[in-house]
Design a binder for this molecule. Structure first.
Ligand code: ADP
Ligand code: MG
Length: 709
């Protein structure tokens, strides 16, 4: 479905021409009419509200004034140089100030003429002024047409210099809008439009750029947001369907001795309801030749490991090998030890492969993998090296996946073995586990083609961790508290931030901290471990083990201990310079305690001065233990681009919708896309014809949409 109007080159639009067209393309990627129309305003000026100058009483909001410019002067020099205009109405005067674009403004503003000024006032020396207001001549035509909402567009400095300021872009948009009228075809199926009572496409486009009124503007924005999110979800879900149809997984259709013996004789506790539920979801996937690609979310301490292990046992019962990959050596070690212990007596061959495994041992492991003697391989990213070849890999567990890139994941995929009949590689089933919960709407999008399981229940008997925020000035009291806990037989973590750019300084902080703790605690009785990133792996391991075994009472560390480490006797987590951590990291750290039956504490230490953002993070931590709630706040603070370093925000290509503030619409869009696919999986029905052609067109334009996980 091509559309000549929308494909028209932008230089042919009134007010553009070749030079501006070139810049629009370079700066904003706008080359056609259609692309200009999806360049949406970021806010609207309400032209119906005009404030009297004497009524200005707040710095908070944007205001609109109408008055005459009665004075215009350039003041200061160099960096302090500025243009000051005095705007006067019947009630008073106010200064308008510009630091940029002075020359051009000075020559274009006419003294004595009436202007509309729009901006955010600030108070200085007991008087209000407005810096860099939008200044326009009072436009009689707008007033006559009773247009009250005016679109404001983002722009760039280079475009502004060519006259394409926010205003300038508004002008060319309007030149385009007046040409509309049966030029833009509907892009959503009628059934959806009726079901959601959406306004039609062209009306939405007109109203988003030139709103007739507030009501229609809202309807227009809703319609356009819905459309974006709907097609994104549609695409993601289709991908998933296609994958399911074309990729078959190994069939694990029996539960055998390993699983049963483990379940009946070894499992040290009753599984929680949530663990059982997830185990069933996994078994449903792997039992019937589906290829499983599943994300398992569960808060720290919710017991994901045992679920993974029991799934692995099913793979073994069906004649396959399995591996578990962890992000750090310490964690891989811990998994290895825990799992070997749990599987004792089952006669399984479990091995550990990390960077520090000696060459000889390594060779032995490679051999056993290839001849099938090895059942379960646990390790770090050393597992994905090409040299590591399995005889029959059927199940892969990736723990704390946010440390792994997409590419690393797909490398494991390729370690599957060829099907005996077709010769095609059968990829292993993949279970990705994370304790950093992702808000649902984001999971739907980032992991749109993964299935998601959630463990939303902690094992019984856990006491909620008490979280406290203290300023550095109360350190002595905190030391006292630590000592009380240690006397009760507990252990304590003290964690320091380690951020790359200032590694040296962080190291010094850590060492200073270590020394002061040593002065306070080492004589006469207590032992202290220290672990940081600059230590050799063996030394780290040694120190870590001392703490795990209870030989040391205090563990001073950087965030290397962040992920997964399990010391149930540790009951206090002290986080130094807590304001320097993000919420999900703080939550991860907090999850290192509260693993035994004792009351645990997390103490957030900060300086007295906190940014608003830092304060919000501390308050949120104190207020809630719920990882999902935290992730929502985190997302609002940092935006989805930062989310677990996925750096995939560019891939979403959303022009008007926002995954955070439009979460509700994401949900609707997904539900409706699902409904449609349930009824017409391959989108062959007539009524879905429009949908298919729109989708094709979008995919043509945005190749980015094509692969997500
Ligand atoms: P995470 O989900 O953070 O990886 P783990 O799998 O390390 O959590 O489990 C945390 C602790 O809880 C472990 O010591 C584990 O043995 C224990 N655990 C797991 N499931 C249960 C259960 N159903 N009942 C009691 N304890 C459990
Ligand atoms: Mg874990």
């Amino acid at each position: 479905m091509s559309n000549h109007f929308l494909d028209t080159k932008i230089e042919f639009l009134k007010g553009v021409g070749p030079k501006r067209a070139e810049m629009l393309r370079k700066e904003l990627g706008i080359a056609t009419f259609g692309q200009l129309l999806v360049y949406y305003p970021f806010r609207y000026i309400d032209k119906s509200k005009v404030l009297s100058i004497s009524d200005i009483n707040s710095e908070e909001i944007h205001i609109q004034l109408i008055g005459k410019i009665v004075e215009l002067k350039t003041l200061g020099e160099r960096r302090g140089k500025r243009l000051v205009a005095i705007l006067k109405d019947e009630t008073g005067e106010i200064e308008l100030v510009w630091f940029k674009g002075i020359k051009w403004l000075a020559s274009s503003i006419v003294i004595g003429k009436e202007y509309v000024a729009y901006g955010k006032p600030s108070r200085y020396n007991n008087r209000y002024n407005i810096a860099h207001p939008d200044l326009d001549e009072v436009d009689q035509s707008l007033i006559a047409n009773k247009v009250t909402l005016e679109a404001v567009y983002p722009t760039t400095e280079i475009l502004s210099r060519m006259g394409l300021t926010a205003k300038g872009i508004h002008k060319i948009q309007q030149n385009l809008i007046v040409q509309l009228g049966n030029k833009i075809q509907e892009t959503l199926p009628i059934s959806i439009i009726e079901q959601l009572k959406l306004i039609d496409k062209e009306r939405a486009v007109v109203n988003v750029h030139a709103p007739e009124n507030e009501h229609l503007l809202q309807k227009a924005r809703y319609r356009l947001k819905f459309e974006e999110l709907f097609y994104l979800q549609m695409h993601l879900l289709r991908q998933k369907v296609i994958k399911k149809d074309t990729i078959k997984g190994a069939v694990f259709n029996r539960v055998g001795d390993c699983f049963n013996q483990f379940y009946n004789e070894k499992l040290p506790f009753e599984l929680t309801g949530a663990q059982k539920k997830v185990l069933k979801e996994i078994r449903d996937d792997v039992g019937y030749g589906k290829h499983m690609n599943r994300l398992l979310q569960g808060d720290v301490g919710s017991g994901k490991t045992i679920v993974a292990l029991m799934s692995i046992l099913i793979a073994i019962d069906n004649g396959y090998q399995a591996c578990l990959m962890a992000p750090t050596e310490i964690l891989a070690n811990q998994h290895y030890e825990g799992i070997t212990e749990l599987l004792k007596g089952l006669g399984l061959n479990v091995q550990l492969l990390t960077g520090s495994v000696k060459v000889k041992k390594r060779r032995e492991i490679h051999e056993q993998l290839e001849n099938g003697e090895l059942d379960i391989l646990i390790g770090t990213h050393a597992l994905i090296e090409d040299k590591v070849k399995f005889q029959k890999l059927g199940f892969v567990v990736i723990d704390e996946q946010h440390r792994f890139g997409v590419q690393q994941r797909s490398k494991l995929w390729r370690k599957g073995s060829p099907d005996s009949k077709t010769g095609k590689i059968v990829p292993p089933h993949v279970l990705v586990m994370t304790a950093t919960p992702i808000p649902r709407t984001l999971a739907m999008t980032f992991y749109g083609d993964l299935d998601v399981s959630v463990i939303d229940e902690l094992p019984p008997g856990r006491k909620e961790i008490k979280t406290i925020h203290r300023f550095d000035s109360s350190r002595l009291k905190i030391f006292g508290f630590m000592e009380e806990e240690i006397k009760k037989g507990r252990q304590v973590y003290i964690v320091y931030p380690l951020i790359k750019e200032s590694e040296k300084m962080d190291y010094k902080d850590l060492m200073d901290g270590y020394e002061s703790i040593e002065r306070r605690f080492s004589k006469p009785t207590y032992q202290i471990s220290i672990v940081h990133g600059q230590m050799k792996a063996v030394d780290k391991e040694f120190e870590m083990q001392r703490f795990v075994k209870g030989e040391t009472q205090i563990m001073v560390a950087t965030t290397v201990i962040e992920v997964g480490v399990n010391v149930p006797n540790a009951s206090v987590m002290i986080i130094e310079s807590a304001e320097r951590f993000g919420l999900s990291q703080l939550h991860q750290l907090r999850g290192r305690v509260g693993r035994g039956g004792e009351q645990s504490f997390c103490i957030l230490m900060t300086g007295n001065k906190l940014s608003a953002d830092g304060r919000l993070r501390m308050d949120t931590m104190v207020k809630t233990n719920d990882g999902f709630e935290l992730s929502e706040v985190d997302l609002k603070l940092r935006g989805p681009g930062d989310l677990q370093g996925t750096q995939q925000s560019g891939l979403l290509n959303l022009n008007i919708a926002d995954l955070v503030s439009d979460a509700q619409i994401v949900q609707y869009a997904r539900d409706i896309a699902l409904q449609i696919l349930e009824e017409d999986t391959n989108l062959v029905l007539d009524k879905n014809h429009r949908l298919v052609s729109t989708l094709k067109q979008l995919l043509g334009n945005k190749i980015n949409w094509s692969r997500i996980s």
